[in-house]
Design a protein around this ligand. Structure first.
Ligand code: PMM
Length: 304
């Protein structure tokens, strides 16, 4: 599957884009459940995502899968059209938009809270116009020129994820003396760029970027230090789902568990992230993490 076959009337529009009302993203966020960690369901409309690539032949299939995520308990559906798998080829913005915009339009029209997983300013802008309320940008240090200004201008919420560049196998940039301290410092520098462009502090969501320029040990060190991220005063998102570091759990022998068999470990990370104060977990298997975050909330409340 290279691009999704558009259903009639759902192809990317060439008409002028409506301007996102500054309040609409905030209204949508206010309607999200309070008192527990949120669950973001992953909808990869890519031919090659590392764990669930190439599942959808048509826009309708992808939209149906997004609605299934909501039925399973997703509070937000994250629509991405470009793979972040190691050494993946970058695709053109036009190709990315052909994949994601019709899906975002249909899900937003159905009342779903949608985020767009993109590193591209133009795709982000069109996705917001199509009804997305959150830009999930995994570019990190490679943040595109113009992205801070777009976030400031539209009032969108923005996931600022740590990365030192595109995901690579045996990444030579995955070297840290103290991973949590350095990741936080690098995130603070990127946050500065956003604030200088006029982005409101409360629109920024921090993400340690598990697996992006990191080894498994770095991923565990970051999760261990999650409270240092929440102490920054922003909402924190954790994206551990099915990642490589969950394929070989410390203390286990044998070959790495394949991506599709990492949901039990992912669920444990979701529960512990919720207990550590994460605002949201981004996952493939929504039902198990929806249960995990509710368990964490009930545990914390102690029946109150
Ligand atoms: N990981 C992936 C893609 N997008 N977004 C955020 N905010 N955090 C992440 O950790 C993250 C992400 C890679 O995983 P996928 O290919 O399964 O979506």
């Amino acid at each position: 599957m290279d691009s999704l076959a558009a259903a009639p009337g759902t192809g990317p529009s060439t008409s002028p884009l409506p301007v996102l009302r500054r309040s609409s993203a905030d209204e949508r966020f206010r309607r999200l459940p309070a008192g527990r960690t949120l669950v973001m369901g992953i909808l990869n409309v890519t031919p090659d995502s590392f764990s669930d690539g190439g599942r959808f032949a048509t826009v309708d299939d992808a939209v149906a899968a997004g609605l299934d995520l909501v039925r399973a308990g997703a509070d937000i559906v994250d629509v991405g059209g470009e793979s972040t798998r190691p050494d993946a080829e970058r695709i053109s913005p036009a190709q990315e938009q052909r994949r994601v915009l019709p899906v975002i339009t249909a899900l937003a029209a159905a009342g779903v809270t949608v985020s767009v997983d993109t590193m591209n300013v133009e795709t982000a802008e069109k996705a917001l116009a199509a009804g997305a309320v959150l830009i999930n940008d995994v570019s990190g240090a490679a943040m595109a020129e113009g992205m801070p200004e777009l976030v400031a201008r539209t009032g969108a919420h923005y996931v600022l994820m740590h990365s030192r560049g595109p995901v690579r196998r045996q990444d030579p940039r995955a070297v840290y003396e103290d991973a949590p301290a350095e990741v936080l410092d690098e995130l603070r520098a990127l946050r500065r760029r956003l604030l200088d462009a006029g982005v409101a502090e409360e629109k920024i969501i921090l993400d340690p970027g598990l697996g992006f320029s990191k080894t498994a040990d770095h991923d565990w060190a970051l999760l261990h230090a999650l409270d240092r991220f929440t102490a920054e005063g922003h909402r924190v998102l954790v994206g551990a789902s099915r990642k490589r570091f969950l394929g070989t759990l410390p203390g286990t022998d044998g070959p790495a568990v394949p991506a599709q068999e990492r949901d039990a470990a992912t669920t444990a990370v979701s529960a512990l992230s919720a207990a550590a104060g994460a605002w949201c977990v981004r996952v493939h298997d929504v039902a198990s993490s929806a249960a995990a975050v509710r368990v964490a909330a009930a545990w914390r409340e102690g029946g109150q």
